[in-house]
Design a binder for this molecule. Structure first.
Ligand code: RB5
Length: 147
């Protein structure tokens, strides 16, 4: 279980992001929001980049990105070295992407899933540990694909 996380969204994910922040903070998890800070139209790659840079710097172990579908954010995040972003809309995938892929960024779409499921996905993402073992070689191979 991690006790701090970084979160970001575009305008489409803004309202759901606020709900997720409240939900995580209620559990004692410190949440840093890298924006956007309003529902005014903006460009999701800007916020994916801001969040991923904080993880690359070592400021945070994991992050959550919310846009309309979760897809644009995950595409943008996965262009960063060391970032393994997974776009999830079911709890099984959220658990397995931590256990097998050591995903360090969770993405979801505010136009795809509701608040209850989004909170469940966030809970799984912060509390599920990576299994390592046979999965470590494959995760290492992911890093090598970036070179
Ligand atoms: C914004 O309209 C929308 O395109 C964005 O939130 C996201 O869904 C992109 O993948």
């Amino acid at each position: 279980m991690i006790n701090r996380i970084v979160i970001g969204s575009d305008h489409a994910g803004y309202e759901l992001k606020l709900k997720i922040i409240e939900h995580l903070e209620d559990q004692g998890i410190a949440v840093t929001d890298v924006g956007t800070y309003s529902a005014e139209s903006c460009d999701y790659p800007v916020f994916a980049d801001a969040l991923c840079k904080r993880i690359q710097l070592g400021d945070f172990e994991r992050g959550i990105l919310v846009c309309g579908t979760g897809i644009g954010m995950s595409i943008a995040a996965n262009k960063h070295s060391g970032i393994r972003a997974a776009c999830c809309s079911d709890t099984y995938s959220a658990r397995l992407t931590r256990e097998h892929n050591d995903a360090n960024v969770l993405c979801f779409g505010a136009r795809v899933i509701g608040e209850g499921l989004a909170c469940d996905l966030a809970d799984i993402f912060v509390s599920t540990e990576y299994m390592g073992g046979k999965h470590a070689r494959r995760v290492q191979m992911l890093d090598e694909l970036m070179k």
